[in-house]
Design a protein around this ligand. Sequence first.
Ligand code: IMP
Ligand code: MG
Length: 203
Amino acid sequence: MPLRLPSRTITDSAFAAQRGACYDTRPMTEPTINVLISKEQLEQRLDELAAEIDERHAEAEVIACVGVLKGSFYFLADLTRRLKTPVEIDFVQITSYRGTVRGRLEIKRRPQLDLSGKPVLLVEDIVDSGYSAATALDILAEHGASAVELCTLLDKVPAREVPVEIAYSGFEVGNDFVVGYGLDLDERYRNLSYIGIIQGNNT
Ligand code: IMP
Ligand code: MG
């Protein structure tokens, strides 16, 4: 079941400690980030999602797991390492954001694996308006997948503009712009081990 979570605040010094800053002499100019989903909560939910996927694919020979670059790369890596079902891994890339502003969709990479006749798991970092996921689902169907299921770490429910069927959802989130665990703001903050909201980022 998707969870709704309270947020807590991480201070500049805690942020610095996160990036191993004991020996880091750079000035602390990083913003304060409110933790929305902690590393521990992510890990626990990934265990649950992997168990659910394994259970539904108990009879499958293999699942082709296709991550949407770049945001899903940690999620895809951590999720597939938990699966007992054999996996093949590939990526598609669809870009839509400049900073926090949604722009035109561009398909930058199509799957390279032969997906014909295979069950495919599309792995997304976040479903926001739904346009990227809908486009990726169409691409995978074009490549002959026998069935395509969408697994998203985050579901930004209030932002949905096109309906998308989500088979597995990690957490439901609100309309705030979130960063970390693969998600970026202008390519920054992807490597945070938690999902957070940048304080004072009015979007
Ligand atoms: P959609 O097409 O509007 O659903 O947007 C999906 C893509 O936009 C995601 O795969 C993310 O890469 C990016 N995105 C949407 N919301 C956020 C956010 O809150 N933080 C960071 N990236 C986001
Ligand atoms: Mg993205």
